[in-house]
Design a protein around this ligand. Structure first.
Ligand code: PGA
Length: 257
C-alpha cells in the first residue's frame, strides 16, 4: 500500500490574528502538488483553530497540538477530544517532546491520550524521539521503541495514525538529523512495527521526520525510502514551508524513474 507523503506544520505557541491571516494567505496562493501526492496538515494553537479552519484552503487539513486524556469535565485549562471533533478538527498532535519534557508527559500518559483521541474519531500524529544524551549513550533506538510500544498498544485504526520521529536534539536547534541518521531510525521503527504489529501496518503507516526541517534540507531527507514526510516547526511559519510541501514530488519522481 502506497504511503502518501505527509507534511505537518506545527506552529507551536506562536502567532497573532494578523500573522495567522498572513500565513494562511501565503499558503492559499501557493502552487503545491495535488492531494493525491501530498497530505498537508496545519497545526495552529487552539485559539486560532476556528479562524484557520475558516480561512484555510480546502485541500489542506488542520490539527490541534494537544488534547485532554479523557472525556472533558472539571479539567481547568484543558481542551477535550470531543471539542475538537465538535469544531470539525480532524487531527491532533500528541506526545510532542516539548510536552513530554516540559510538562512531564510520560509514555503511558501519551499512550492514553492517543487511545482516547482515536476512540473519539480523531486522527493522531504521535511523536517520539530521543534526547542528545540518549543518542550519545547509544540508547536512541531503545528509547523510541519504548515510546512507540506504549502508543502502538493503544492504536486501533492504523490508517488514522502517523508516527513522527523527532529527535529532541534536532528540534528548533538548526541541527537537522542527516538523511542517513533519519533513514536509520525510520527503518528501525518500520521494522519494529513489522515485528510487533504486522507486515501490512508496517508497510502502510507513515513515519515522518521532524527537527529543523527547512526549504534547503527537505529534498534530501524526503528522498530517504522510509521518510514519508515531515513535521515542521519553525519553517512552517515561513514561506519556505511551501518548498517543504513541494518536496513530496521527490517520491513521485523516484517512482516513475
Ligand atoms: P522545528 O520543530 O522544525 O522548529 O525543529 C519541529 C517540531 O517540533 O515539530
Amino acid at each position: 500500500m502506497a504511503r502518501k507523503f505527509f507534511v505537518g506544520g506545527n506552529w507551536k505557541c506562536n502567532g497573532t490574528v494578523e500573522e495567522v491571516k498572513k500565513i494562511v494567505t501565503t499558503l492559499s496562493e501557493a502552487e503545491v502538488p495535488s492531494e493525491d501526492v501530498v497530505e498537508v496538515v496545519i497545526s495552529p494553537p487552539f485559539v486560532f483553530l476556528p479562524l484557520v479552519k475558516t480561512l484555510l484552503r480546502r485541500d489542506f487539513s488542520i490539527a490541534a497540538q494537544n488534547c485532554w486524556v479523557r472525556k472533558g469535565g472539571a479539567f481547568t485549562g484543558e481542551v477535550s477530544a470531543e471539542m475538537l471533533v465538535n469544531l470539525g478538527i480532524p487531527w491532533v498532535i500528541l506526545g510532542h517532546s516539548e510536552r513530554r519534557l516540559l510538562l512531564n508527559e510520560s509514555n503511558d500518559f501519551v499512550a492514553d491520550k492517543v487511545s482516547y483521541a482515536l476512540s473519539q474519531g480523531l486522527k493522531v500524529i504521535a511523536c517520539v524521539g530521543e534526547t542528545l544524551e540518549q543518542r550519545e549513550s547509544g540508547s536512541a533506538m531503545a528509547v523510541v521503541a519504548a515510546q512507540t510500544k506504549a502508543i502502538a498498544e493503544q492504536v486501533m485504526h492504523w490508517s488514522n495514525f502517523v508516527l513522527a520521529y523527532e529527535p529532541v536534539w534536532a528540534i528548533g536547534t538548526g541541527k537537522v538529523a542527516t538523511p542517513a541518521q533519519a533513514q536509520e531510525v525510520h527503518f528501525e521503527l518500520r521494522k519494529w512495527l513489522h515485528v510487533n504489529v504486522g507486515a501490512e501496518v508496517a508497510a502502510s503507516t507513515r513515519i515522518i521526520y521532524g527537527g529543523s526541517v527547512n526549504g534547503a534540507n527537505c529534498k534530501e531527507l524526503a528522498a530517504q525510502p522510509d521518510v514519508d514526510g515531515f513535521l515542521v516547526g519553525g519553517a512552517s511559519l515561513k514561506p519556505e514551508f511551501i518548498d517543504i510541501i513541494k518536496s513530496a514530488t521527490v517520491k513521485t519522481t523516484a517512482k516513475s524513474e
